[in-house]
Design a protein around this ligand. Sequence first.
Ligand code: AQP
Length: 329
Amino acid sequence: MRKRIFSGAQPTGNLHIGNYIGALRNWAALQHEYDSFFCVVNLHALTATQDPKTRREKTREVARLYLAAGIDPKVSTVFVQSDVPEHTELTWILNCVTRMGELERMTQFKEKARKQRENAGVGLFDYPVLMAADILLYQTELVPVGQDQKQHLELTRDIAMRFNRDYGETFRVPEPFISKVGARILALDNPEKKMSKSDENVNGSIYLTDDADTIRRKFKRAVTDSGTEIRFDETRPAITNLLTIYQLLTGRTREEIEAHFEGKGYAQLKSDLAEATVEFLTPFQERFRGISDEELDRIFAAGRERASEVARATMKDVRERVGIEGARI
Ligand code: AQP
């Protein structure tokens, strides 16, 4: 039996190269080694303001981006979260073993709630429990995510261990898979924060659907550090961020890259990085556009069937463990 991985992205906006480098790229690489489940987490997207039509369209767009990134639906299970109602059922049960204090400590909630002020919803607060349900439902061993999801993963592990302790061995306790390089791609306009879909300033992110001119313009405007040398240096986050994107999109080593840019200026780095990104995204976007609606419908239907099979088996066990299997004595 192959070990299992689960991961997902929210269809809340345009996926950016941070999502690709921190998550999708690893999913595509790991899928041949693991029994893989990749979900478009549209129930998570309900925590953000979005009209239903856009949410529907973005759900399909995100799945197309998974496929364009190399996720092979013949190898991996690709599905939509709301197609498998066990996600919400398990969330309720896990809510009852999760502490308020644990959720209050989640930094993503604190940051997002600060932006939404008094309008922050209960769903936003409960987001990490839905995420725990997503993962535990599939008896997941490994969760490939970006650095920003590490805290949520730790909470998922705590919830699984507490449930297992209280009700008996039920869930596998998952491990995070966070790559050493590229797990936190920074915003181009502000290297103090991560590249983010929900960022109001679109110039901070390179979206996977951006055209060549937009990519060139955004990199040209990117913030740099003081100094002139072009090398990987943690004390200079803006340049290191640009070099990391270059490294991961071209597959060149750090040594090769530093040698290539020796004696050159920031303008050259930005221009070479823009061309490397265009070169990477051109075939990516062709694949994205080449996926028909019919093909996507077939992928979702097959994904729903396979995901439901696993989810139902876990929920049957969970219901029995907690004593809510109904009057079927
Ligand atoms: N800047 C990033 N660098 C590396 N990885 C990242 N991820 C997100 N931002 C970066 C990873 O992408 C996966 C999907 O993200 P998500 O849909 O769960 O959304 P998120 O983590 O909340 O971050 P986003 O995409 O910027 O969205 P918003 O702005 O809505 O919060 C995850 O594995 C994530 O770690």
